[in-house]
Write a protein that binds this ligand. Structure first.
Ligand SMILES: Nc1ncnc2c1ncn2[C@@H]1O[C@H](COP(=O)(O)OP(=O)(O)O)[C@@H](O)[C@H]1O
Ligand SMILES: [Mg+2]
Length: 364
């Protein structure tokens, strides 16, 4: 997978830009607040239909304009294609693939795959389970549309169930209604958990390998998917999920939200047997998040036959020179788009790359 061209209009401080990217490593350097992250965000938007840093479309439109447009031309195993996203301040965004408008976000997923790594990604290890679920959801949605549709269905039923729990003061009047939804909720839950488990299983060995490499052979990273939805088959998992919903109905009613299900799941990371989230040093957390990103690339390659585009936004300064090298020499077949304030002289000397600079939203 490779980005060939990027066409941006009125996107944050990028007023009008046409950029061509090369195979291999592309390095965009610039001072702070010049538009490096904005540029990455615009590419990400064409991959996932949303921003890695805001839920609000309006934030991405230049302050003085009323729309923004991004088109990314890319090349994949299936040939050349282009995805365009137009954002409006006051109506829904419009997305098209090869100039054909698409109606549902799910339809755009999987065409153009990216893995995005920014300093915030250390949150993956350190912060609340939401981030880890989102990480799995983003990867799985890009490689498996049915996963995405299960997730959409699950979240919709879950939110209806929670509204219902809030709406009535009589638990008995709810039970019949809940029963109908719970069967469907439990089924989607079982499907989601099954796929997340398989994903974590693939990720596990790659992450352990990568971690061993970036820690210089000193540390073993172990990754475990944590869920209360037990069972081998989907049917067994569905039954477990349903039993949990039933067993906890009183508590759900008191708290007025659903307390069981895959929206509570998590991934646990340990290094040499110690929980990295709770007890790991900042350095170990950083190394673990890097290992996880490298593993993500391998899983993409394994499932789709193609590496995604790796986008590295300002992460080098967080890593020592050895880890920087590990990251940039991961695989020569993969395209990397990297932003930084500068490159270390040793990297600058030894790496082959296409160089760009960005100043006040203008790329040269
Ligand atoms: N909607 C917007 N319209 C115009 N400029 C914006 C908008 N959103 C952010 N900016 C500007 O973009 C710049 C920050 O860009 P960013 O890509 O985050 O910088 P960096 O190069 O440090 O990654 C700031 O100058 C900010 O004012
Ligand atoms: Mg930035």
């Amino acid at each position: 997978m490779r980005v060939v061209s990027l066409n941006v209009k009125n996107f944050r401080n990028l007023i009008e830009q046409n950029i061509s990217f090369e195979k291999g490593l592309n390095v965009i350097t610039g001072q702070n607040a010049q538009g490096k992250t904005n540029l990455m965000e615009s590419i990400y938007l064409c991959s996932l239909g949303k921003s890695p840093r805001t839920e609000k479309h309006k934030d991405m439109i230049n302050y003085k304009k009323d729309f923004a447009r991004v088109s990314t031309g890319f090349n994949s195993r299936f040939g050349d294609a282009e995805i365009s996203v137009v954002l409006f301040g006051n109506k829904k965004k419009s997305v098209s693939v090869n100039s054909v408008p698409i109606l549902k976000l799910g339809e755009m997923l999987g065409y153009f795959n990216t893995v995005y790594f920014s300093p915030d990604e250390i949150r993956l290890i350190k912060s609340s389970p939401d981030y880890r679920r989102r990480f799995m959801d983003i990867d799985l949605s890009q490689t498996d549309k049915n996963y995405f549709y299960s997730l959409v269905a699950y979240n919709k039923i879950l939110s209806q169930r929670n509204s219902l729990l809030k709406s009535s003061n009589n638990i008995d009047s709810l039970k019949d209604m809940l029963f109908v939804w719970d069967t469907q909720l439990a089924l989607e839950c079982a499907r989601i958990v099954t796929k997340r488990q398989a994903f974590c299983n693939s990720l596990k060995d790659y992450a352990a390998d990568a971690h061993l490499r970036v820690s210089g052979g000193k540390e073993n990273l172990e990754l475990t998917y944590i869920t209360s939805i037990t069972g081998d088959s989907i049917a067994e998992k569905q039954q477990t999920a349903l039993n949990l919903l039933k067993a906890n109905i009183k508590r759900d009613f008191e708290l007025r939200y659903t307390t069981t299900g895959c929206q509570r799941d998590d991934i646990k990371f340990s290094v040499n047997g110690v929980d990295v989230r709770e007890f790991g040093s900042q350095g170990q957390q950083r190394t673990s998040s890097l290992a996880l990103k490298l593993a993500e690339l391998s899983v993409f390659k394994q499932t789709t036959g193609d590496y995604p585009v790796l986008m590295l936004d300002d992460v080098l300064s967080e890593l020592d020179l050895n880890r920087q090298k590990q990251l940039l020499s991961f695989n020569n077949d993969m395209q990397i788009i990297l932003t930084a304030t500068h490159l270390e002289p040793e990297l600058e000397k030894n790496l082959q790359y296409k160089k760009y600079t960005i100043t006040e939203g203008k790329v040269n």
